[in-house]
Design a protein around this ligand. Structure first.
Ligand code: HEC
Ligand code: HEC
Ligand code: HEC
Ligand code: HEC
Ligand code: HEC
Ligand code: HEC
Length: 480
């Protein structure tokens, strides 16, 4: 009975401990969605660069002097400025355009947006493995958006356990007292340690420990060398969202290896020059990245030609300095000093990279003992890039979407049907585009392979053929 009570207390305690968290945690992830839908048309999603509206990183701090007013501002900036609010009046002068009113945003929604602004500005993203929290405690002055140290969790748990033990003892005493009053036979009171080291409690603890230890060991061992979610910072801030997404450039324009070879290959910097000979300007921060492309490919954007191979680094620097000065001509007139520093910074950022391949950080990487072939999947299997790589066209920074584990390959081979021309066009789990012309001739009846399957299909004994059934689970197909 005492354990029943202990359990109840445990549950109540946990609930109480979690309540303030639930109430306070602003969710940067839902803030992200809100921001992208409502604010990103004017405010740069990098949070640190201006667009139509100012960079929002640190906005909450800038409004700290006027508690709560940032909420009023976001709901209706014009109305707030009309009241003569000092910060708002100054702010509306920032741009010719004025900010849309968002009367319907709730406090929580605004909190979420502000949390997202803070996390995004500080870490550059909201998803792991940036290791920033998806939730940050909002409100409290100086609320820091650092990931919570797991040690705090353990400490909290220990405190809770001790509290529960003490409470249990207290209840025990009370029960015994009342039992005593009613004249029942009272067993001798157990000591505190007696309760804690009660054999069944000890057994339970050992069991939990073994379970947890075993689970994490196995988990870590399997995950060794694997890196789902891996999203390294690249030497050039190249955005698939801008290229494949907003500008609709075909994946295979750059990754043309995917169609015809084992590897998809990362495009050489000359591929970039095909377009960037003419497109020399991006967003404010984007332009700063383009000089890196030119430096790496030995390209002179001022006169659209390649620089001589034997040109010295010092001379190359001069060429790019001249180009940058031209680029920032207009800004220079207004703010000579800061533009000069910016030019110096950009030249420094390309030092030592002249005429060298860009050192992209490799993201996907199967172990050496595995054979994987892009052409087999993309050209023969008609599997779309997104099925394995996720919505790359929406990624500003590429992230490994799939686990790349053996289980992942094998599961797909079990479930996915290959395209047998006469019989099946669109299998039920098929990622193909359902176009009969795209079916693989190799599997067609005319080729004479897989007669058995064709017969079963025309006899309506089978609906389709999975990769597994053509041998896709044989070890040597995937292993050298
Ligand atoms: C139509 C464009 C537009 C949209 C949409 C927009 N803003 Fe603004 N925002 C501006 C402009 C422009 C300013 C500068 C002040 C002004 O001119 O009104 C500004 C200023 C701000 C400021 C003050 C910044 C500071 O440093 O004090 C905050 C905070 C802000 N916006 C938040 C938001 C949020 C949150 C959203 C989405 C819910 C949003 N804005 C949507 C254009 C926009
Ligand atoms: C304009 C050229 C270009 C286009 C178009 C393009 N990519 Fe890329 N892709 C790159 C470059 C450059 C890199 C290396 C830098 C990086 O990781 O962002 C890359 C990297 C990748 C990676 C990670 C490679 C690794 O290291 O493991 C994947 C996956 C990828 N692209 C898939 C796609 C898909 C899918 C599309 C179409 C939706 C696409 N790309 C369109 C240029 C391009
Ligand atoms: C098929 C044409 C094409 C190719 C190839 C191409 N780009 Fe771009 N790139 C664009 C367009 C279009 C823009 C958008 C320019 C704008 O915003 O006005 C852009 C913008 C950029 C920007 C600025 C982004 C920003 O924030 O404004 C960078 C950096 C960039 N590209 C790098 C690269 C690199 C690196 C490569 C080679 C791996 C490459 N591009 C290949 C068309 C291309
Ligand atoms: C069936 C799943 C699958 C499909 C479909 C697929 N990929 Fe991949 N991709 C992978 C795997 C697995 C790797 C890691 C390969 C390795 O490490 O050898 C990879 C690696 C890459 C790389 C890194 C360079 C390389 O080849 O190792 C790029 C770039 C890439 N893929 C682009 C693409 C593009 C573009 C498409 C569509 C045209 C595509 N992928 C379709 C699974 C897939
Ligand atoms: C999204 C589903 C999918 C995933 C994930 C996938 N494959 Fe495949 N794979 C296919 C399809 C479909 C085919 C059949 C292509 C064809 O029609 O020949 C195939 C065929 C193959 C073949 C040739 C099999 C044969 O019998 O000829 C090999 C080898 C292979 N895959 C290896 C891999 C490896 C290694 C991985 C994991 C790194 C993987 N695949 C992940 C869908 C997938
Ligand atoms: C469809 C492709 C595919 C097939 C079929 C396949 N494997 Fe694998 N296997 C993989 C991939 C991918 C990995 C790498 C997993 C990782 O990096 O964790 C792997 C890893 C392994 C490992 C190393 C252990 C590990 O987790 O890294 C062993 C051992 C192994 N496979 C054995 C086999 C045997 C035995 C078979 C036949 C019964 C087989 N595999 C069939 C794709 C395949």
């Amino acid at each position: 009975m005492i354990y029943q009570k202990l359990l109840n207390f445990c549950a109540v305690f946990l609930m109480i401990a979690m309540l303030p968290n639930l109430a306070n945690a602003a969710d940067a992830k839902s803030g992200k969605t809100l921001f992208l839908n409502k604010c990103a048309s004017c405010h740069n999603n990098s949070m640190v660069a201006d667009m139509t509206g100012p960079a929002l990183y640190g906005a909450e701090d800038r409004w700290k002097k006027y508690p709560g007013d940032i909420y009023k501002w976001i709901r209706n900036s014009v109305a707030l400025a009309a009241t003569g609010h000092p910060k708002a009046t100054v702010m509306v002068k920032w741009a010719d355009s004025e900010m849309t009113a968002f009367e319907n945003l709730t406090d929580t929604e605004i909190e979420d947006i502000l949390a997202y602004i803070q996390v995004k500005g500080e870490f550059g993203c909201v998803e792991p493995p940036c290791q920033e929290p998806t939730s940050v405690a909002a409100g409290g002055a100086g609320a820091k958006s650092e990931p919570m140290n797991p040690m705090y969790g353990y400490a909290l748990l220990s405190v809770l356990l001790i509290a529960v033990a003490l409470l249990g003892r207290y209840i025990n005493t009370l029960t015994r007292l009342s039992q005593g009053k009613m004249g029942a036979v009272v067993s001798p009171e157990k000591s505190f340690f007696g309760v804690i080291f009660n054999p069944s409690v000890v057994k339970l603890l050992i069991f939990a420990g073994v379970l947890f230890g075993g689970y994490s060991t196995v988990n870590n061992a399997i995950g060794l060398g694997r890196q789902q979610g891996y999203q390294p910072t690249q030497p050039i801030n190249f955005s698939h969202k801008i290229h494949a997404g907003e500008n609709g450039i075909d994946c295979q324009y750059c990754h043309d290896g995917a169609r015809r070879s084992k590897h998809s290959v990362i495009p050489a910097s000359n591929t970039c020059i095909n377009c960037h000979a003419n497109i020399q300007k991006g967003s404010k921060d984007g332009t700063k990245e383009l000089i890196k492309v030119y430096a790496a490919s030995g390209f002179n954007p001022s006169n659209n030609s390649y620089l001589p191979e034997d040109m010295s680094d010092a001379d190359r620097t001069k060429v790019y300095k001249k180009w940058l000065e031209g680029m920032y001509k207009d800004e220079r007139k207004e703010d000579e000093a800061s533009v000069s520093t910016m030019i110096q910074e950009q030249l420094a950022s390309v030092e030592g990279t002249f005429n060298r391949p860009i050192e992209w950080v490799r993201i996907h990487n199967l172990p050496d003992h595995v054979y994987f072939n892009h052409a087999q999947h993309v050209s023969v299997g008609k599997v779309k890039c997104e099925t394995c790589h996720g919505e790359v066209a929406e990624m500003a920074v590429v992230k490994q979407h799939s686990p790349l584990s053996m289980g992942w390959c094998v599961n797909c081979h079990r479930q996915t049907e290959v395209q047998f021309k006469d019989g099946l066009v669109e299998g039920k789990n098929s990622p193909y585009e359902g176009d009969a012309n795209k079916a693989n001739k190799y599997y067609s009846k005319d080729y004479g392979y897989y007669e058995q399957y064709h017969k079963e299909m025309s006899d309506k004994k089978r609906e389709g053929v999975t990769v597994e059934e053509i041998g896709g689970l044989e070890c040597q197909k995937c292993h050298y």
